[in-house]
Ligand binder design. Structure first.
Ligand code: ZN
Ligand code: ZN
Length: 361
């Protein structure tokens, strides 16, 4: 099958033939229909996070089931599915206490003694986050995907696999925003806009969007933002403290920078919680005034929206079908796999909400 292969930071991805295995007892072979280009893939392409190469990146995908292993019961050939990088085993301490996205069991991967799922020129390739989605096909554990309503367009469904689950899940599951809460969202890319939409669904009384690009702020308004703050017009922390007369219940950082993570904490009212969704460079140290903790301010991480994706994703599909979850506006361009390097250039420029790679049908 055709796949975009990453060899090393600084050199473009190349389209190559990659071999894919047959489904094992609990595995599913999926024909990829659409895959979103997420900023975290760019972190690997640019060498910010090391990963063994060559590798097929990509982790925000939707497709159609082609074949299933003998013990797969949750999906069947022909089903439309969305994949999720937080594959879960279903019986470890994290899973049985409802924290599926924190599962670290290796059993959803293939062991070192087994044939690899992917190989390039007869050499085994490590699968990227159980998925490797920049490819015509994916071979995944059945607990790495969920079947969805067939009326759901698959290019938009793909976004549920990362950005939208991450953004809405941080609001619903990690921070548990309540009706009437005040919320600030820093960074209005795919994840930030999804967090804005999630806050609107959760009934937040005020949703303050922060971004340096006015075009993204206007988009945030469409997703439900009630107030817009551009840091080019002055210190964003001061702007938010003035707007809210003392800070918000919830701040969400959706970029992955030290400065904006510290700003998120600085925007909190007493008892408020800052949720850091963006991927900060490992080793980064945050400067937080401990005096602010005295009044029960909190700062926490959120991984993949603390999702329970077999439940959350079909809900998000329903929200979209009802017109309450905006996905159409998240897609700024549809491109072919061959244009993947141009897609990464767009991500580096940071102007577009999201590029989605669509495969030939
Ligand atoms: Zn992602
Ligand atoms: Zn588990």
């Amino acid at each position: 099958m055709k796949a975009a292969v990453f060899h090393k930071p600084g050199s473009p991805l190349t389209i190559e033939q990659v071999s894919i295995g047959k489904p094992g007892p609990r595995e599913v072979l999926v024909r990829t229909v659409a895959v979103g280009m997420c900023h975290s893939d760019l972190h690997f392409v640019d060498g910010l996070y090391p990963f063994p190469a060559p590798v097929v990146l990509g982790h925000e995908a939707a497709g159609v089931v082609e074949a299933v292993g003998s013990d797969v019961h949750t999906v069947k050939p022909g089903d439309h599915v969305v994949t999720c990088l937080s594959a879960f085993c279903g019986h470890c301490a994290h899973c049985v206490t409802g924290h599926l996205s924190l599962c670290v069991s290796p059993e959803t991967k293939r062991g070192p003694e087994e044939a690899p799922r992917l190989s390039l020129a007869q050499k085994p390739m490590v699968q990227f986050v159980n998925l490797s989605a920049y490819a015509e096909q994916m071979l995944v554990h059945e607990n790495a995907l969920v079947a969805i309503n067939r009326d759901m367009p698959l290019d938009r469904a793909a976004l549920l696999g990362c950005a939208v689950t991450t953004g809405t899940g941080a609001v619903f599951n990690t921070a548990k925003v309540r009706p009437g809460d005040t919320v600030v969202i820093i960074g209005c890319g795919g994840i930030g806009l999804s967090a804005v939409n999630g806050a609107a669904l959760a009934g937040a009384s005020r949703i303050i969007a922060v971004d340096k690009l006015d075009s993204k702020l206007e988009l945030a308004r469409v997703f439900g933002a009630t107030d817009l703050v551009n840091p080019n017009n002055g210190d964003p922390v001061q702007q938010v403290l003035e707007l809210t007369r003392g800070g918000v219940h919830h701040a969400f950082e959706c970029i992955g920078l030290k400065q904006t993570a510290e700003q998120a904490f600085g925007m909190l009212a007493r008892g408020g919680t800052a949720t850091i969704i963006g991927m900060l460079k490992p080793g980064t140290r945050l400067d937080i005034d401990p005096y602010a903790l005295l009044h029960e301010r909190r700062i926490q991480g959120s991984f993949m929206g603390s999702n329970r994706f077999p439940v959350d994703l079909p809900n998000l599909v329903n929200f979209y079908m009802q017109g309450r979850l905006k996905l159409d506006q998240l897609i700024s361009q549809r491109i072919r796999l061959e244009q993947i390097n141009e897609g990464f250039d767009e991500l580096r420029r940071g102007e577009l909400a999201r590029s989605v790679i669509v495969f030939d049908q």
